[in-house]
Design a protein around this ligand. Structure first.
Ligand SMILES: Cc1ncc(COP(=O)(O)O)c(C=O)c1O
Length: 415
């Protein structure tokens, strides 16, 4: 069979809805200044789907730093990979400042969080080593584990007892191979808002020999007293051996970093394929990230406002009888029951008649029959935004429960 004939027959679980959804449920275009009110299809909506946690995306100092750096250096400089010709004092300054902020000796920049994570996992272990990872890990962890040439064991999501079972199996295995064990989990799980049980995992180090790698994409900037992350929140800065953060969320930029002790970062610098064989971050991204980090540290009021909104939203939803699952972080899932067509009808109603824009999550990301509306509160939202949203959510829940959204197929909205 010809490959090009075959591909349309396998559109995938999301692509199968593409023709009805493009530009609306999937690939929507939000226009205007990044913030809680943006235009969607020409009309202003209240936006709850951007990970602009601290509201830095539009901060005047951030925009100025980005623009000045772009004017001075352009987007090309420095050319080449870090190791060859793409290094600069600013890249190294940012690494030092990130490491210090998250409580580690050193850090390495990543061009993209996702590809950096994939590549770092592959780089840290060899075929004699065993990876033990949370079964509901982000796709970048799953992909990194796929590249690993040795054994891997998934432990049940956030289940420390099950982790211990897997650690026993892994320990037995490495006795034979002479390898080591790497445990990987997340600081904040991006769909449910649950925190990884870092403290309990680290407690297991007294019984098993392993190192812990934490993807804290959602925790960096939002969790802990200073915003350093979930390891700070749980008071286990030392116990997290390797820490990953992205610039794509709290920092409202692009890129990421991994921080650890010096020899581990050195190993990554000379071996991580996604950075050695790819162009380094452009200067405006680096100088922009330095500015963002400076503000993140200097303006604790941004995190305080984020958390004021988080509490108002989550408490308000709970008081209104909504199930928001197990979140203890800004990520706010609202769990409802219904089919995929119902989910699209509800979303359509929310967007068109209540002017509220949030992300929906349905099967296969969550079990069949479950609908999750995921809200990301930010420092830029107001308490009135929260009130407006809870009122609208109560109304659409009423309609969902009384069968008003019971349609047979998804509401076609493609442009
Ligand atoms: C848990 C987690 N890890 C990694 C990433 C990837 O980060 P980036 O967007 O910087 O590639 C994300 C972003 O969606 C994430 O949520």
């Amino acid at each position: 069979m010809d490959l090009f004939e075959k591909l349309p027959l396998k559109p995938g679980p999301l692509g199968m809805h593409g023709d009805d959804s493009y530009g609306y449920y999937m690939f929507p275009k939000l226009e205007g200044e990044i913030g809680p009110r943006m235009k969607f299809r020409g009309k202003t909506k209240l936006i709850w789907s951007l990970n602009n946690y601290l509201g830095l995306a539009n901060h005047p100092e951030v925009k100025k730093a980005d623009a000045d750096a772009a004017a001075q250096y352009g987007m090309a400089y420095p050319m080449g990979a870090r190791m060859m010709s793409g290094n600069s004092n600013f890249h190294e300054q940012l690494e030092r400042e990130l490491a210090e902020f998250v409580g580690k000796e050193d850090a390495i920049l990543l061009n993209y969080g996702y590809q950096g994570m994939v590549s770092a996992i592959e780089c840290l272990v060899d075929r004699h080593d065993v990876i033990v990872y949370d079964a509901e890990s982000h796709a970048c962890i799953v992909d990194g584990v796929r590249l690993h040439l040795g054994k891997r064991f998934a432990f049940k999501h956030n289940d420390v007892e099950n982790l211990e079972i897997q650690l026993k199996r892994a320990s037995k295995l490495v006795e034979g191979t002479g390898g080591a064990i790497l445990v990987i989990t997340e600081g904040v799980f991006g769909m449910t808002g649950a925190q990884g049980k870092l403290k309990d995992i680290i407690d297991l180090k007294s019984k098993y020999n392993f190192r812990l790698f934490v993807d804290d994409a959602h925790g960096f900037g939002t969790m802990g007293k200073t915003g350093a992350g979930t390891h700070e929140e749980q008071n286990v800065i030392e116990g997290v051996d390797i820490y990953f953060g992205t610039f794509a969320k709290s920092m409202a930029g692009i890129g990421g970093f991994i921080a650890s002790i010096k020899p581990v970062v050195k190993h990554l610098r000379y071996n991580i394929r996604s950075q050695i064989f790819a162009k380094s971050l452009p200067m405006p991204m680096v100088i922009g990230a330095i500015k963002r980090l400076e503000l993140l540290k200097a303006k604790p009021e941004l995190k305080a406002k984020l958390w004021e909104n988080v509490r108002a939203l989550q408490n308000g939803l709970k008081e209104a009888g909504f199930n928001i699952g197990v979140t203890t972080t800004p990520v706010t899932p609202v769990v409802l029951n219904g089919t995929i067509p119902e989910a699209t009808a509800l979303t359509h109603d929310l967007r068109e008649n209540y002017d509220i824009f949030c992300s929906i999550v349905v099967y296969p990301v969550v079990p069949k029959g479950m609908i999750i509306l995921r809200l990301i509160p930010t420092a830029a939202h107001t308490l009135d935004d929260v009130k407006e949203t809870i009122k609208a959510f109560s109304e659409v829940r009423e309609k969902l429960n009384s069968g008003k959204y019971a349609v047979d197929s998804i509401v076609a909205m493609a442009e």
